[in-house]
Write a protein that binds this ligand. Structure first.
Ligand code: SAM
Length: 205
């Protein structure tokens, strides 16, 4: 989907993604000392807003202008200071970064491999020494064993492949975690399981 298709999607619903943060963002960052964070492909900013509430100084970007407008409105309404911008995660166009980040989050950016790889290279290049990269997405196995998410296998995440790619573009990254994780989704028919991919890496100090 291009930016205008995402704009339409965001325009036609009040909040496309749940307003609360993703559970793995909460789990993997809760013990960290807050510093500077970047949320790439932030959507309506649920994770960026939560990180800022935990004391992180957050910049967040998405290529959908409508999503960023909504994120800014929510942040203003809740009085949470997040710097939102419109930028393309794949090309890096629109990203103005003056200082590297202690945490870079890429959550549910479901793109075909060449585009995802380019976005992850952009994300990894933004890390400060000691900084942490968190890549969360719908797992390839979600198709057979999980609920919801995209049905096109080309955009589903394979954590082993993502980890290999990150190591090849940024040899200074130490892998902390690479594998599948499970999330419970509430549906009208009761709780269902979603299979996600989680890759976490830290740049050597
Ligand atoms: C499934 S949503 C996830 C949003 C957010 N990360 C979250 O977890 O709530 C995917 C987001 O990726 C954004 N996106 C897709 N391709 C992008 C690109 N090339 N550059 C920036 N954002 C992109 C979409 O606009 C959308 O907001």
């Amino acid at each position: 989907m291009d930016a205008s298709a995402w704009d339409d999607r965001y325009r036609h619903s009040e909040l496309v993604w749940s307003a609360g943060p993703n559970q793995f963002v909460v789990e993997r960052t809760s013990g960290l000392v807050p510093g500077r964070a970047l949320d790439l492909a932030c959507g309506e900013g649920r994770n960026a807003l939560w990180l800022a509430e935990q004391g992180w100084q957050v910049e967040a970007a998405d290529f959908s202008e409508v999503a960023i407008e909504k994120a800014r409105r929510i942040a203003g309404h809740r009085g949470i200071p997040v710097s939102f911008s419109v930028a393309d995660a794949v090309t890096g166009e629109g990203l103005t970064v003056f200082q590297p980040f202690d945490l870079v989050l890429v959550a549910y950016l479901q793109l075909p491999d060449p585009d995802l790889d380019a976005a992850l290279a952009v994300a990894a290049s933004m890390l400060a020494p000691g900084g942490r990269l968190l890549v969360i997405g719908h797992h390839l196995d979600n198709l057979d064993r999980g609920h919801g998410g995209p049905t096109d296998p080309a955009v589903l995440h394979d954590p082993a492949r993502i980890a290999d790619h990150l190591r090849s573009v940024r040899p200074q990254l130490d892998l902390v975690h690479s594998g599948e994780v499970e999330r419970t989704v509430d549906t009208p028919d009761g709780p269902r399981r979603a299979v996600d991919s989680l890759v976490e890496a830290v740049r050597h100090a």
